[in-house]
Ligand binder design. Structure first.
Ligand code: FAQ
Length: 326
């Protein structure tokens, strides 16, 4: 990860056509854009938006699973879950660092999250009601994140792409531990199988929504695809996730809650039913089942951690004084 640059390089006029043409030629040639390179103001803005939302998602994403750490059924499950939640914190930190290389302060991003101005992934606004949810989140949510982030590992912005490489490796472990929980429950008692099926029924559609609105309603996609931040559209990635997940569901004998799911021999795709976009819009507008609870938990954690930040600043100031005096 490149060292965060606190102040952006002095930007020449953002709309200088010669600079934009040179920038786009670099993108077309598959070059990586680095923090000190010139970039259109709009590229910087779009990346800051998307990376900040991604970092927030990792941090808020710790809450639904953190909820089950004390209730994991065995020591082995508890250890994996603690490690997973801790990994998500690490992912948030890499991506915040990456976002800082675009010249934005982390404090500012965190403030936007805490006061509800910034978005984070819709999926984390659903409650985790049973232990099976831990399996299904690993399987579906980390599975969806891998599909999305494997492609982002080829994004044109170097710090983001490099963060994705490492994050995807860890997400693979997360997905496997989740799928293993599901496979175990699927072989369990009727009550365990029912608990698993209930979790699948609740998380399937929200997982499909993680990929964002359909391409025709995705205002940011065209620009992000042109600049190779995104390399595939929302619908292409959603379809890839469905194609990968259906055989996994068949392998452990569970049902995905979609009567319209069918294999198209011609396209080799698993076709699926209509997503409830009204629900998606409600969730991303702050009105999902847990939006308020998630933001309250983040704000409380931030307030409770104030003494740590103050102590770190006091320590840094003391070290600075000692070095100055020496
Ligand atoms: N939730 O024009 P588009 C994870 C917003 S990480 C909330 O299509 P874009 C790991 C979008 O921001 C999960 N908002 O937008 C983990 C835009 O709003 P704005 C996070 C959404 O950027 C696992 C508006 O709708 N991953 O799960 C959502 O081109 C387990 C219009 O949409 C990433 O962030 C949504 N689902 O495409 C952690 C990956 N979808 O800003 C813990 C990076 C769309 O204009 C536990 N991000 N919106 O007001 C991306 O790939 C893209 O940003 C998309 C959205 C695909 C999410």
């Amino acid at each position: 990860m490149a060292t965060p640059a606190k102040t952006p390089p002095p930007a020449p006029p953002a709309d200088d056509p010669a600079l934009v043409a040179a920038f786009e030629a670099r993108i077309a040639a598959g070059e990586s854009i680095e923090p000190k390179d010139w970039m259109p103001a709009r590229y910087r803005k779009q990346l800051t938006r998307m990376m900040a939302q991604h970092a927030h998602s990792e941090i808020v994403g710790m809450l639904p699973e953190g909820n089950w750490i004390t209730r994991a059924p065995t020591l082995r499950r508890k250890m994996s879950l603690i490690a997973k939640v801790q990994d998500e914190a690490g992912h948030g930190l890499y991506i915040y660092c990456g976002t800082e290389t675009l010249g934005v302060e982390r404090d500012e991003l965190v403030e936007q999250l805490h006061d509800g101005r910034a978005k984070y992934s819709s999926i984390f606004n659903y409650p985790t009601l049973s232990w099976a949810d831990m399996g299904v989140i690993g399987w579906f949510v980390d599975g969806a994140a891998i599909v999305n982030q494997t492609v982002l590992a080829k994004a044109s912005y170097g710090p983001y792409a490099r963060a994705m490489v490492r994050i995807c490796k860890e997400e693979n472990f997360h997905k496997r531990q989740g799928y293993e929980i599901c496979a175990t429950l699927a072989k369990g008692t009727p009550a365990q199988r029912a608990m698993l099926q209930d979790a699948i029924d609740r998380f399937w559609w929200p997982s499909l929504m993680m990929f964002g609105p359909s391409d025709k309603d995705s205002p940011n996609s065209a620009e992000l695809l042109r600049w190779r931040v995104k390399r595939k559209t929302n619908d292409e990635l959603r379809q890839r996730f469905v194609n990968l997940t259906v055989p996994q569901a068949q392998a452990i004998g569970v049902t995905l809650p979609d009567p319209d799911l069918r294999f198209n021999e011609e396209t080799k795709n698993w076709e699926f039913g209509e997503i409830d976009w009204a629900e998606f819009r409600e969730v991303i507008s702050g009105n999902g089942p847990c939006n308020r609870e998630r933001l309250a938990a983040r704000n409380a954690a931030h307030a409770e951690g104030a003494w740590v930040r103050e102590a770190a600043l006091a320590h840094a100031a003391k070290r600075h004084r000692t070095t100055e005096a020496a």
